[in-house]
Design a protein around this ligand. Structure first.
Ligand SMILES: Nc1ncnc2c1ncn2[C@@H]1O[C@H](COP(=O)(O)OP(=O)(O)O)[C@@H](O)[C@H]1O
Ligand SMILES: [Mg+2]
Length: 274
């Protein structure tokens, strides 16, 4: 069987910037693959190509065995519907309940009059509640989205892609604006979505620690090129250092303390007391 998501020899340039250089990898059903790389590595460009927001210059992309470049009209809409998207900013509608946000994931197959009036069938409402339950937010179903924490909102966004019933989920830095605890909760939720629903999940991160902890598979990208691809246990420190440069711990989630926030030295304290 074809993997749900396949990139073959994909290259992409923006004017003079070569953003992707001969990128090939695939993501299988039920796999939680993390695209790991520093800022500017080309992660978002991979997602833009996968959603056809950007056209590839060379190579091809297949979703469920269909070449994305060749699709148009109904076939393209169908392919897009099979791909759930999660962004750094969750893109929920703040004034709608968590439940109604999840229901918007089902809009693709729904007549316009029902969308506008938001009269969802009982079966759709039940499906939305099931999706919220899966991300652990059933008790928040009727709260406004903007009353939820950042991590909870991101989990509503995951419930929304579940309601869409696609078989591929793309998440571009979904935890970039979350505190570490919420980030771990969101990544655990995404991983269980992959495992329990057999969905192919591609998630970009820039934090090595989180990537190692949650990924089934780590795909390292630097300056537009894949530098490693394998199980987290097979990626050694040297490969990690190659990704982030010599001497780096590669974990941007733990910023260095700026000099002015460091504890003053005893000398400084002694001078201040004098
Ligand atoms: N619209 C654009 N026009 C020109 N250059 C771009 C554009 N978008 C991204 N780039 C460049 O392409 C490279 C990859 O960017 P991006 O895919 O956003 O990286 P990442 O998501 O890993 O931070 C960077 O050098 C970036 O400056
Ligand atoms: Mg990016």
């Amino acid at each position: 069987m074809n993997a749900p998501l396949v990139l073959r020899h994909v290259s992409k340039a923006y004017a003079s910037v070569r953003a992707l250089n001969d990128v090939s990898f695939s993501v299988g059903p039920g796999e939680f693959a993390v695209l790991l790389g520093p800022s500017g590595a080309g992660k978002s460009t991979v997602f833009r190509c996968l959603t056809r927001l950007a056209h590839v210059d060379e190579g091809d992309i297949e979703v469920h065995g269909q070449a994305l470049q060749n699709l148009s009209g109904a076939a393209l809409r169908h392919a897009r519907r099979s791909i759930g998207l999660i962004f750094q900013q969750h893109n929920l509608i703040g004034r709608l309940s968590a439940m109604n946000n999840v229901l918007t994931g089902r809009l693709a197959g729904m007549p316009t009059w029902r969308v506008l009036g938001r009269r969802f069938a009982a079966a759709d409402r039940q499906a939305a509640l099931t999706c919220l339950d899966r991300v652990g937010l059933l008790d928040k179903a009727y709260l406004r989205a903007d009353a939820l924490s950042g991590g909870q909102q991101q989990r509503v966004a995951i419930a929304r892609v579940l309601a869409q019933e696609g078989s591929v989920v793309l998440a571009d830095e979904p935890v970039a604006s979350l505190d570490p605890e919420s980030a771990r909760h969101v990544l655990a939720t995404l991983r269980s979505v992959a495992r329990d629903q057999g969905i192919a999940v591609l998630c970009s991160l820039h934090q090595v620690g989180l990537a190692r902890e949650f990924a089934d598979r780590l795909i390292g990208i630097k300056a537009g090129s894949i530098v490693f691809d394998g199980a987290p246990s097979s990626i050694d420190l040297a490969a990690e250092q190659a990704l982030y440069g010599q001497g780096s711990q590669g974990d941007a989630s733990v910023p260095e303390t700026p000099p002015d926030r460091r504890k003053p030295s005893p000398d400084v304290l002694a001078n201040a007391a004098a």
